[in-house]
Write a protein that binds this ligand. Structure first.
Ligand SMILES: [Zn+2]
Length: 110
């Protein structure tokens, strides 16, 4: 995907929001999506995740994968290493056979 193909590009940056009670913290991915949603954006084309990892690509945790899935399964997730190289996968590839909003609507229609 080339960014130039989009008429409107909105970038949101974020960071981990850590908490002394670890489970109350929030990963940068969910922080970025929450920030975008709070600004009125609910449709995403891609998210890029960066870290200082040198030996492998950063990968979103399970909670973030499910959080991303709420906004569709066919958008791109760029996972990078500190040297700038990256791996590209869709939300669907990261969370196959997932449960999402459509599953709730299907249940309501029965
Ligand atoms: Zn996470």
């Amino acid at each position: 995907m080339e960014l130039s193909q989009f008429k409107y590009i909105k970038f949101t940056t974020s960071c981990n929001v850590e908490n002394a009670c670890y489970s109350a913290g929030l990963c940068a991915e969910r922080t970025a999506i929450s920030k975008a949603v709070s600004e009125g954006h609910k449709s995403f084309k891609a998210i890029a995740i960066a870290s200082d990892l040198e030996d492998r690509f950063i990968s979103p945790c399970g909670a973030c994968r499910q959080f991303m899935r709420e906004f569709g399964s066919q958008w791109d997730v760029y996972m990078s290493k500190s040297d700038g190289s990256y791996k590209l996968m869709t939300v669907e590839e990261l969370l196959p056979s997932s449960f999402g909003p459509d599953d709730l609507r299907a249940r309501e229609n029965h």
